[in-house]
Design a protein around this ligand. Structure first.
Ligand code: AMP
Length: 282
């Protein structure tokens, strides 16, 4: 695996390679990231993993400065997961001096997490657009764990006419169902235990819907009750939404997504589950 830090270096290494798979990450790699890399390595001639803690997607008071940075270990893991190139640019390589350009996906960026993290998805859309233009991939791999991010990226890919296939990859979870996240390492033992209620809550909602319940209020409150039993969890939002618009649904007629963000101690965690309508109870 080659490690590159500049755009000219990256372009030299890629040459006219046509089948590039791109896996954007912010590092502190775990099995979730590795599953994206492994899939890309299977489906493309070369996989470019980017490791960039993107300053524009963090708000004031968020964890940009203390975001975990574990470069040596990340490089080792990316190589074993099949990365051909690890691109780890400095911020000035991505945001040239004097940069003024931003990419904003309307509406989708303002819902769910967007209500609590103004500017976050503009930062995401901007950096992903830049990475698409820098790397020129045929396919790009994103986790369903960050469902809103995935929808924002799908929208911008279509709107900006990128000829890139967006590949959505399933959420990789711990044995108790907690979604792997770089931020899980902030949790102490009690918080880690409490966080186990997140997958249990989502699963209870999913099971209720599959048993025939269609009313969003009932489905959401099944999850809310379980989360409410954990004093260390502080819910930010819990919404049952249409996957395309991210707007709340009142009844589950077609596939919906139950998405949440909460604080576990001082750590903000997100997760979601796909909700499919079951047959109404007889
Ligand atoms: P991040 O480094 O947090 O920006 O994540 C980089 C990519 O890995 C994003 O596409 C995430 O959605 C994806 N990802 C993060 N956690 C998981 C997980 N537990 N399972 C699958 N994909 C994940």
């Amino acid at each position: 695996m080659e490690i590159l830090r500049t755009l000219p270096g990256l372009r030299d290494a890629l040459g006219s390679e046509a089948e590039i798979g791109l896996v954007p990450t912010m590092g502190a790699l775990h099995e979730g990231h590795l599953s994206l890399m492994q899939r890309s390595a299977r489906e493309n001639a070369v996989t470019v993993v980017t490791l960039f803690v993107n300053p524009t997607q963090f708000g004031p008071g968020e964890d940009f400065a203390k975001y975990p940075r574990t470069f040596e270990e990340d490089a080792r893991l990316a190589a074993t997961a099949g990365a051909g190139i690890l691109f780890a640019p400095e911020p000035a390589e991505v945001y040239p001096p004097g940069d003024l350009t931003r990419v904003r996906v309307e509406q989708l960026s303002d819902r769910l997490c967007g209500k609590f993290r103004p500017g976050h998805f503009e930062g995401v859309a901007t950096v992903v657009t830049k990475l698409f233009l820098m790397v020129g991939p045929r396919r790009a791999y994103f986790g369903e764990k960050d469902f809103q991010q995935l929808q924002v990226i799908r929208r911008l890919t279509e709107d900006l006419h990128f000829a890139i296939e967006i590949v959505a990859c399933p959420t990789v979870r711990e044995a108790d169902g907690l979604a792997l996240s770089s931020r899980n390492r902030y949790l102490d033992r009690d918080e880690r235990m409490a966080a186990g209620a997140i997958p249990r809550a989502l699963e209870a909602a999913r099971t209720l819907a599959e048993s025939g319940e269609r009313a969003a209020t009932s489905i959401v409150s099944a999850a809310a009750t379980i989360l409410g039993n954990e004093p260390l969890l502080r819910l930010q939002y819990l919404e049952l939404v249409d996957p395309a618009t991210l707007l709340p649904v009142e009844t589950v007629e077609e596939e919906a997504v139950l998405a949440l963000a909460l604080y576990c101690g001082a750590t903000r965690l997100i997760d979601n589950v796909r909700i499919l309508p079951g047959l109404p109870a007889a």
